[in-house]
Write a protein that binds this ligand. Sequence first.
Ligand SMILES: [Zn+2]
Length: 93
Amino acid sequence: MRLRRGPHQPLPAEPDCAQVGAVLQAYLDDELEAPDTEAVAAHLAHCERCDIEAETVGRVIAAIGRQRPDLDAGALERLAGFVDGLADEDPQG
Ligand SMILES: [Zn+2]
């Protein structure tokens, strides 16, 4: 089963790396519900890999925002989806 990025997928109390990655952008945008924010923060605190990914994604979003202040949130979201696609290639496009 292939899960698509959704606006508010509830997380278990101890999400795994894939689950954290799926909501990372929403977490960085402070769009998650409080329990999910806590679950992601707790994961990042003990998972170096996801912590690095969170920092990298945050820097990319910040850098794009600085270079293209005219881009709206929708454009950033589409770009973020494109980046996600690179990591999760779908042969059916
Ligand atoms: Zn992790």
